[in-house]
Design a protein around this ligand. Structure first.
Ligand code: NAD
Length: 486
């Protein structure tokens, strides 16, 4: 990949990847990929068209039968090889992620390890199809259940975890015997194309994985969702776009998995170990500079410890080194683009205008690139937009509460329900509150929930379906029931 001071993309794919070949866009179009640390162009990437999308479906269709018929052990070994290759190339992939997404290298390295693990986990799952045979209650027959691949899948991924969001879908899809077309986010297509190279080198046959960068994402994805050969949409991104795509998927009644936006509450009770809570808050808030669907978006702290928690969190956040993600020593990289900075700044300004106080930060630094300083806000009004919208940046708004019921009510007062964090020294309270929180996941005295072995996903408007764990593979299968006269 070359040294970090200069932007080189070496032998990376920058074309579409269809049927095992790197191909230009049908109309020759290309679009720029920017370095968020400078705003400069890294390279250009082929801009897929609607016709290219149909060609990709042709490829996935041609490969579907043979891939579904490939022995599970063979599929497992290919995925295992992909894990090994990704681990061998971890530094290059991390640098690439950092270059196009902006995240600091330690975050990028963490993402590569997390992303590779989906290949290993699903290599292990591929050989455990787990059907069942039971006697019908009447005793008249047997009920045989087999899990079959759902078919051709359209995968649409966001820019914030460009490797992991791709492998979290490709791993289980391939393990289950499906073929896929991946449409990556236009800010980060290079990492997705690097995944295609790793999978091809691992032995994935042509057509099983196709990658289609496209700036005209609406038209391209829509064309695929209306192609009768496609059977599933797996989308990770904003609730706003997810809603539109659910509507599109309704036309063919597609199987859908939707991993959408979050608005995670981080609840700290007075009996919590405050050091542990602050350490957890740093992970939940600052991983990826706050650009995570799991990012703690709202801190609710019981009043006796609120000031101390805010003081300690502010001290840790202020000590972080902000800079270009690719520079060793950087702990917080730039945000992905100018729009992201404008959004964060707008939410902070509105909150301050309503009376909130920035203990640290609250300003956009005066430097090129898309930076925002780590910020802690106190005296935030409970109805402030910053508590209702995904901030997607390094900003921690703190609100105090007086008792448990109030904390649960505040935490649940959102249309989102992806993850919630709870810190308490009382296990019974922790479990009780965890059960009352309206979210698909809870971090109990833990600021990180993402784990390839666990079912990741949300309730309410945070989504439908689960990725990761055994459940993640079931999402790429259909249960077929055979009534057997036996
Ligand atoms: P986004 O919704 O803008 O884009 C996601 C993907 O959809 C991209 O590939 C984009 O090109 C594509 N897209 C955009 N408009 C489209 C359209 N009309 N038709 C078809 N495709 C379209 O989201 P983003 O800004 O890339 O990512 C940030 C969002 O993703 C946040 O809301 C975050 O919470 C969410 N997210 C959720 C999870 C999760 O697992 N729940 C994980 C990561 C990110």
């Amino acid at each position: 990949m070359g040294d970090k001071s200069q932007v080189t993309v070496g032998d990376l794919l920058t074309d579409l990847y269809i049927a095992g070949q790197a191909v230009p866009a049908g109309d020759g179009g290309r679009f720029d990929v920017l370095d968020p640390a400078t705003g400069r162009v890294i390279t250009t990437v082929a801009d897929g068209t609607v016709e290219d999308a149909i060609t990709a479906v042709d490829a996935a269709h041609a490969a579907a039968g043979p891939w579904a018929a490939t022995a599970p052990r063979q599929r497992a070994e290919i995925l295992r090889k992909a894990f090994e290759l990704m681990t061998e190339r971890a530094e290059d992939v991390a640098l690439l992620i950092s270059l196009e997404n902006g995240k600091a290298l330690p975050d990028a390295r963490g993402e590569v390890a997390y992303a590779a693990e989906f290949f290993r986990w699903y290599a292990e799952e591929a050989v455990r199809g787990n059907g069942s045979v039971v006697t019908a209650p009447s005793g008249a027959n047997r009920i045989v259940v087999v899990h079959q691949p759902v078919g051709i899948c359209v995968l649409v991924t966001p820019w914030n975890f460009p490797a992991a969001m791709a492998t979290r879908k490709i791993g289980p899809a391939l393990a289950a015997g499906c073929t896929v077309i991946l449409k990556p986010a236009s800010d980060t297509p290079l990492t997705a194309l690097a995944m295609a190279t790793i999978l091809a080198d691992a032995g994935v046959p042509p057509g099983v994985v196709n990658v289609l960068p496209a700036r005209r994402s609406g038209a391209v994805v829509s064309a695929m969702l209306h192609d009768p050969r496609v059977r599933k949409l797996s989308f990770t991104g904003s609730t706003e776009v997810g809603r539109v795509l659910l509507g599109e998927a309704a036309d063919q009644v597609l199987n859908t998995s939707m991993e959408l936006g979050g608005n995670a509450p981080f609840v700290v009770f007075a009996d919590a170990d405050l050091d542990q809570a602050v350490d957890g808050a740093m992970i939940a808030k600052m991983r990826n500079a706050g650009e995570a669907c799991t990012a703690a978006n709202r801190f609710y702290v019981e009043s006796p410890v609120a000031e101390e928690f805010g003081r300690r969190l502010a001290a840790k956040m202020a000590a972080l080194t902000v800079g270009p993600g690719t520079e060793e020593g950087t702990e917080v990289g730039p945000l992905v683009n100018q729009e992201a900075v404008d959004k964060v700044d707008g939410l902070v300004r509105a909150a301050v205008g309503e009376g909130a106080k920035a203990v640290i930060g609250g300003v956009r630094p005066d430097r090129p690139g898309f930076y925002y300083d780590p910020t802690v806000l106190v005296n935030v009004r409970p109805d402030s937009p910053i508590l209702r919208e995904e901030i997607f940046g390094p900003v921690a708004p703190i609100v105090t509460f007086e008792e448990e019921d109030e904390a649960v009510r505040l935490a649940n007062d959102t249309e989102f329900g992806l993850v919630a964090y709870v810190y308490t020294g009382d296990l019974a309270r922790g479990l009780r509150v965890s059960e009352r929180l309206e979210s698909g996941m809870v971090g109990l005295n833990r600021g990180l929930v993402s784990d390839p072995a666990a079912p990741f996903g949300g309730v309410k408007q945070s989504g439908v379906g689960r990725e990761g764990g055994h459940e993640g593979m079931l999402d790429y299968t259909e249960a077929k029931y055979i009534a057997v006269n036996w």
